[in-house]
Design a protein around this ligand. Sequence first.
Ligand SMILES: [Zn+2]
Length: 88
Amino acid sequence: MGLFDYIHVTCPKCDDQMVTQSKAGPCAMRDFSPDSVPIEIAKDVEGETIHCETCDRSYIIVVDRTTPETVPIFARVKSARDSARDYN
Ligand SMILES: [Zn+2]
C-alpha cells in the first residue's frame, strides 16, 4: 500500500500552499500544516525540492529548528480517578 502523509508548505513568494508527501511517519494519510509538522516528518522532507504551481517556481524545504518539536496530543475517556485532577 502506498500510504503517506501530506505536508503543506507555504510558498515564500505567493503565500499559496504547496504540498509534498512523506513516508517517514505512521503514514496514516494525515495532513500537516506548515506550523505543526512532527520532527521526524520534517527531517524526512528537509532539503527536498517543492514546486509552486501558482508562481511556477521551485523551492527547497527548510526546517525551522528554533521551534520545539511538535508532540502529538490526543483525548482518552475520563475515568473516576481523573476527578481529583479536574480543575474545573
Ligand atoms: Zn508561489
